[in-house]
Structure formats: structure tokens, C-alpha cells
Design a protein around this ligand. Sequence first.
Ligand SMILES: [Zn+2]
Length: 715
Amino acid sequence: MRHLLIRQKIVLLFLFMILLSQAFLSSPQGRPNSEKARFLSYKNFIDKTISPESINRYLKYLTAEPHVASSARNNELANFILNEWKTCGLDDVRLAQYDVLLSFPKEIIVEILSPKKYQLTLKEAGYKEDPDTLRPDVGIPYNAYSCSGDITASLVYANSGNPQDYDLLEKNGINLKGKIALVRYSSPYSYRGFKAYTAERRGLAALLVYSDPKEDGFSRGPVFPHGPWGPLSHIQRGGIPYDFIYPGDPLTPGWASKPGCKRISPEEALSLPKIISVPISAQDALPLLEAMGGKEAPDDWKGALPITYRLGGSQAQVHIKIEMENPIKRITNVVGCLKGSRNLEEFVLVGNHRDAWVFGGHDPSSGTACLMEVVRILAEARKAGFEPKRSIYFANWDAEEFTLTGSTEWGEDNREWIKKNLVAYLNVDSAASGKNFSVRASPSLSRLIIQALKEVEDPVSKQPIYSRWKSGSGEKGTIVVAGEGGKINPIGSGTDHAVFLNHIGIPSLDMAFSGDYGVYHSMYDDYYWMDHFGDPGMMYTATLARIWAHMVIELASSPLLPLDFESYARELENYLNEWASIYDPNGKKSEKLLALIKKMGKKASLITPYIFGSKREEKKHDEETIQKINRLLIEIERDFTLTQGIPNRNWYKHLIFGARYTYAVLLFPALTEAAEAGDENGISQSIIQLEEAIKKATSKLKEISEILEAKNVGI
Ligand SMILES: [Zn+2]
């Protein structure tokens, strides 16, 4: 009896302690220094609960079948995700569907007619080591949104298919009109849609794009199924829409593709190519290159195939017959929400796409498996008492591979709500193809990134990810955070963050662990590839899930939003100095703007300690004051957007971050494009717009610093 009483007392005491800790965790004000402890136990819970085995199970299921957008399997996966998220305990999970223009092949024939007849296989070889590669249902490799047609023409070799490559052919007396160009996926990377756009403008009739082993095959190392690089027959599928003009459904530029909505005709759609394009393997490119004839190509045009690379021109005659169909199809995003404890309007958005060209081992299913795990553990954490203050939305996008379609339509559909309330968008397109952490981001997320990298350890070395990252592994970025190592890449385009960052002005990032990866958009990018080369044991995918979750926790639960405008101002100063060194060497045009940016940096530096540093826990403000400050912080990146958009492609509204047609980042897009075109009017207009934007941001930063510094505020 006595023993029982003691035991009961112990049980009661234990229950009391649990209740106390729960009250403490969800307590709005907490005790001094409690915020730090709360975050630490929240993150510890996450780190321990994330399971590589669980990620592996998700990946296996997601990659079991080909799942291109709008296919039965991809829709089945949408329902699987919907049900998983409901079972996990998300508050509101729903499908967000849109009816959009997609593009599929019915028939593709490419053959050499002379000097020697040869029909291209347009097929990837199967290997018994990986039974998935022997499946008959992997589909015809193709370029989405290619035109249909039936043409016979002579062949030229145009290196990477960039404008200067065609200049060189013309200098060599080769007439490009009506010809077929064979080009290679190049290093440095340029988007295949830019190659199609360039070929169309130069008057070519068709484009054949192949993967040279110099870039992603045997020259780099062992090839699939014995290594991570592409075998000779691998083919890089992919869309070629001109989404550098606008992404999303080509027939609804700037508005959501809801049933019955207005649609423009395909002829009016500026993002639709008017050229034929077919992706081929190095194996199929070899006989084309052999048949080419003409002058020998310059050294830097030569790949690794055992032939003499020639410019072509007249000798080889090639026949292409391609029949495409472009149906309007229903696509399905899955969007779920973990409601915040405070009923705040602001929210954090986390996303990845689901649709794959074939099995999508790395791209995107490693990212989808990572997202599934992040959802599972954040929901688990809430059951254990760790509630986020702000709502967290999770999105699994569809039809990213076509033209960032699912995310773009959803963004356009919910533009006003997103613009008002979205704190940041964190994207993982593909999670891990190696061990090197890489990130592209808005500078406002710099400190958030660095903090997460310091908190999460490398699964092999057990050192923080930050240690190796700052020493420069895999990073060539420019964004520097004062007092920190490592460099973050400024963010261009190419995946689902575009609508959030470039169109609406939301701080955004896209991150991954990267490594040797030579099977991009081929059928070899499958479970076998991930399991043998990309991330055996899913250790780095699990590590990325931890990094992702840590960032989400900070964004969702920090009293003041962890946005870093001090680093942002420093970046702006660097970008402007760089711009001026080329276009304004005596500084006359950019002088005033530079002074305004410096002023912004000074104001931002006053608030940094309250958000990230020594004063973070020093002074507690009432909820209303914190709300007011956060509203101002949210609006700052929006100030960097232009309602009417940048000239010539007004879907893109961000004044600081844009993308070149190649997908590479384009800093000060309107200003730089005006300068490159020698358009003085455009330059002065862009400078004025930037000055206005910086002034607006600075006055908000000033207001915030005054509130934070005021002695009469707070408790
Ligand atoms: Zn992807």
C-alpha cells in the first residue's frame, strides 16, 4: 500500500511535469530565455524523429512506376499523398486542380537519308541489374511543346546552340535557314528552351539536342548501372516552353487555369515554341556527327565521342517526322496545412513537385519523399506538444516539368492572399544526389539558412553541415553574411519558386545536396540510381529534411520573423557596384541609388540584433507590437516588385532577381536588360524604380527600429 502510494505520487509528479512542460512550450510569453530552450527541444524532437527508413519507404513507392503529369499513376500518387497527410493529422488537406495545356508525343521518327541511311533508335537501353529499365511503359523521350511536322533538310552542328555558336557557323559561310541543328546540352548549363528559342529566331527548321559524354557520361566516370553517370543511350527529356517570358499554362498567362476561364489561342501564346525539337542520346548522335561533313569544329566545340566533330552544312540529309498532341488536361496539386496555435494570418509555405518524366528517382521523388517526411514529423511534433505559432502550408505541385505549371497556377489563383500573408517559400525540387549542400536564395533568408546549417550535422562526419559548406564544397555563390563563412547563390529560375519570388515577391529558396548526377530526365533516374549512387541509405535526404524542418520552425514560431535585410542591403550594394563597373564607371547614374542602399543597410543593421542577435530575448513586446513589426517585415520584399512588371515580359515583377533566358540568375533584370540594349531611357527609369523601392523598404526598416528601440514599449 505504502509502495503504491509512493508510486502514485511519482506518477502524479511525472504527469504534472509533463503538463508543466506542455504549458511552457505553448506559453505565449514563456519565461526569460525560454524561447531558446523551447526551440531547442522542438528541433531535438524533429532530429530524432526523422527516419531515413521512412524516407526510403516513401521513395520506393513514389518511384515504383513512371508518373508524368496527368497520368493515372501520377493522380494515384496525389491521392496517396492526400491520404497520408490526412492520416498524419494535417488540419486541412485538399487537391488544387487546374485544367492546363500539356504536350505529349504520338510518333517521332528521325532518320539519316544520306550519305548513309540510318534510323535513330530514340530509345534507352535496359539493364538486367535494374529491372525498371526493362519496362515497356517508359514512353517516347521527347521535348514537351515541340511543334509537329515532317521535314527533310541538311544538318549542321551548332555546339551548345547559343547565339554565338550560330554566329560562328554563319562566319564559316553556312546558311542556317531551314536547316536542322544538332546541339549538345552544354556546360555551363543553358536551358533547352533557350536553345529552341535561339534556333527558332535564327531560322532553323528543327533542333536535335543530345547529351555528350563529355558533360554527363563516360568522360566524367563510371556510367549506369555501375556508376552515377549517363550511359551512351541516356536521353534528357524535358520541356522547351519559353517560360522565361512567362511560366505556367501557356494559354492563361497571369491568371489561373480554372474550368471555364478565358484562354488565349496557342498562336497567341508567347511561351509556345514554333520549332521542332527532339532530344536524342549520344549513341544516336554519333552517326549524325559522323555523317556531318564540312569543316572541322573548333576545339571547344568537341565532345568526347570518338569522331572528328565537324560543322556540317550540306552533306548529311536528315528526315524528321513528329506528331505531337497538346490536350488540355487536369493537373493536381496537393496542399495541406498545419494550423498555427495563434490564429495568425501569416503563414510559411513548403513545396516540391511530384510529376516526373519517367520514374523520377532524384528529380523529383527524392524531394517528394523528403517533403513527406517533413510533414510527418512536424505533425508528430504537434502531437507531442510542439505547436507552431504560424500556419505551415505544404504543397506538392504537379506538372512542374512542363512549365512550372502547378505552382504557377496555384500562385496566380491565390495571389492576393499569398502577397499579404506568405512569410517565405522553401522549395526542394530534388533532395540528394550527393553530399554537397547547395542553396539558392533571397538574401533575406541568409541568416535562417546559416543557422540551420550550424544546427544540423553531417551524417558521416558528425560535424555541422555548416563546417564543410563554408569551406566551399559545391558552392560558388556570392551572398555573404557578415561574420559568417560560406556563400549562398542568388536565386534565378528553373523550378517552383518562380511564381512566389519573381511574380509576387516572396523571400524564397531552393536547396539540395548535390553530387555526381548524369542521368537527369532519363529513365535511369530511378530508385536503383538513388539507392546505389544518389543517396544510399537516404542519409542526406534525411539531413535535408532536418535542415528544412529547422528553417520551418524558425519561420513559423519566431516572435519576430527571421528575415535578414542587412545581408540584403549588402548584396544590393555589391550588385550595383558590379553593374556600375560595366555600365556606369564614373558612378553618375547609380550614385544616388548607392547612397540609398547604404542607408537601407544602416537601418537594417539596427534591427538585426533584435531578430537574430543579442537582443532577441532581451525585450519582450506585446503581441500587437510584434504583429505590427512582422507586417512591415513581410511587406519589404514586396516593395521590390513592380506592379506592371519588367519591360517585355511583365509576368516577371521582381526588380532585384530575375532570370536570363538560359535560367541563370539575372540581377536587376530591368536595369541590366536596359543597359545591355544601350537603352538610356530604360536605364534611368529602372534606376528611379529601384530608388523608390529602396526608399519604401528603408522607411519600413526605420519604423521597425524605432518601435524596437522605443523605451516605452513592451512589458
Ligand atoms: Zn524537378
